[in-house]
Ligand binder design. Structure first.
Ligand code: NAI
Length: 258
């Protein structure tokens, strides 16, 4: 699979799954713009892309803000000469029971996970449609396929991403643009690990964070082990190359949603 001459953009690319996807796309030959709320970590990933022999640019963005998204895409075009592959990966999570979930928290999660994907997809299509080629990869979740307790707001945001992906895929199908959702299962990034991650928050009495992480892998995943950012990178490269796969929501989840 070959992406030489293509320009990719990965939001939330400063760490975790976004970084894995950015490096996989660079490994397949693409130049990769790395955008993140945190400019410093975007620069770290951009340096890794350059170390792999590809061009890169680090961009500070808040995907929930229309002006910020517009400026991000303008910068990618100005610095790297176009936009062929948009990976809309930035996302956030919080754990709240349905009783404690506030309207503000619901809005905050939806603003980044759902509205952010809308704004980034819209900005990408505006560049791709006139060029009659494009690949849009929206990072959803297994929570876009099945519900998880205490994550009703996050689940709603990821179901929204999959429905949106399906609709836009049909809208742009005649224009050489594919739109797919990539659904990670359980990946040991900042979202899961540490005291504030899901493994830290979902501990049983007296359980260490490490033990909680091991337990969740065993109980939630038929294969018993977490997926990696590199696993997500492999599917992203495939979707960036594939011509006739569109409107799909593909899980890389070790069988979690079976
Ligand atoms: P992470 O927390 O390690 O990385 C997320 C990145 O997004 C961070 O670099 C953060 O600075 C950036 N970000 C957050 N809000 C932003 C905003 N408003 N604008 C721009 N950048 C922003 O998380 P991880 O695990 O790498 O998650 C990436 C995506 O994968 C998310 O959409 C998440 O929902 C999804 N996912 C993750 C799973 C996991 O097990 N880690 C499972 C299923 C889905």
């Amino acid at each position: 699979m070959e992406l030489k001459g293509k320009v990719a953009l990965v939001t939330g690319g400063g760490r975790g799954i976004g970084q894995g996807i950015a490096l996989a796309l660079a490994g397949a030959g693409a130049d990769v713009a790395v955008a993140d709320l945190d400019q410093a970590i975007a620069e770290e990933t951009a340096a890794k892309v350059e170390a792999a022999g590809r061009r890169s640019v680090a961009i500070s963005v808040n995907v929930a803000q229309p002006d910020s998204v517009r400026a991000m895409v303008e910068k990618v075009e100005a610095e790297l000469g176009g936009l062929d592959i948009a990976v809309n990966n930035a996302g956030i999570i919080s754990i709240q029971s349905i009783e404690e979930l506030t309207a503000e928290d619901f809005d905050r999660i939806m603003a980044v996970n759902a509205k952010g994907v809308f704004l980034c997809t819209q900005a990408a299509v505006r560049v791709m449609r006139p060029r009659r080629w494009g690949r849009i990869i929206n990072v959803a979740s297994i929570a876009g396929k099945i519900g998880f307790p205490d994550l009703s707001h996050y689940t709603a945001s990821k179901f929204a991403v999959i429905g949106f992906t399906n609709a836009v895929a049909k809208e742009v199908a005649l224009d050489g643009i594919t739109v797919n959702a990539l659904c990670p299962g359980i990946v040991g990034t900042g979202m899961w690990r540490g005291e504030d991650g899901l493994a830290g928050r979902w501990r049983e009495e007296g359980e260490s964070e490490e033990a909680s992480w091991a337990r969740h892998q065993k109980t939630l995943l038929p294969q018993g082990v977490a997926q990696t950012p590199e696993d997500m990178g492999q599917l992203a490269v495939y979707l960036a190359c594939a011509e006739h796969v569109t409107g799909q929501a593909i899980a890389v989840d070790g069988g979690c949603t079976l």
